[in-house]
Ligand binder design. Structure first.
Ligand code: FES
Length: 153
C-alpha cells in the first residue's frame, strides 16, 4: 500500500536554497547600480525606445503603405521591402539626394544625422525634418512622407 505524504511535509525535508547575507547585499547593489545607470542614460540620451535589435518596428509611408521592418533597417530598404516607389539614383551611397523624405512623426526613432548626410541634404533641410532614406535607420515607429517632386514615375 502506497501512502502519499502531503506536499508540505516534503517542503520541511528539502530545504529551499537560501541566499547568504553577502549575496543579498551584492544583489541589492547590482539592482541599485542598474537603476542609476538607466537614470543616467535617460538623462543623457533621452528616454529609450521600447524597441531593441531584432524587433520589428512599424514604418509608414504616409498616403502609401505601412508595414513592419527589422530594427535598424534604412527607410530606403523599408520602402523597397514594402514595395513603395522611392528614387535612389546613387544606389544608397548618400551622394544624389533623390531618396529624400520628410519625417512626419518619429524623428527621434531614426538614427542620428551623420555629416555626409547633412552635406548631401543641406543643413536647412535637415533642420526642417528632411532625411535621406538611404541613411536614416528606423529604430522605432516612424512615419515619413515622400515629397511629390521626388515620387518615382
Ligand atoms: S540614394 Fe542617393 S542619397 Fe540616398
Amino acid at each position: 500500500m502506497v501512502t502519499w505524504a502531503p506536499l508540505w511535509s516534503y517542503a520541511a525535508v528539502v530545504p529551499l536554497p537560501k541566499k547568504t547575507p553577502a549575496e543579498l547585499v551584492r544583489q541589492r547593489f547590482r539592482d541599485v547600480a542598474r537603476d542609476v545607470r538607466d537614470r543616467v542614460r535617460a538623462r543623457v540620451f533621452g528616454p529609450r525606445s521600447a524597441f531593441r535589435e531584432g524587433d520589428l518596428v512599424p514604418v509608414s509611408f504616409q498616403g502609401k503603405k505601412s508595414g513592419e521592418v527589422v530594427f535598424g533597417t534604412t527607410i530606403l530598404a523599408a520602402a523597397r521591402e514594402l514595395k513603395v516607389d522611392l528614387d535612389h539614383f546613387c544606389g544608397g551611397h548618400c551622394s544624389c539626394g533623390t531618396c529624400r523624405v520628410f519625417v512626419v512623426s518619429g524623428a527621434e526613432h531614426l538614427s542620428p544625422v551623420q555629416m555626409n548626410e547633412e552635406i548631401t541634404l543641406g543643413a536647412e533641410a535637415a533642420k526642417r525634418g528632411h532625411r535621406l532614406a538611404c541613411q536614416a535607420k528606423a529604430q522605432g515607429p516612424v512615419e515619413v512622407q515622400i515629397p511629390d517632386y521626388f515620387l518615382a514615375r
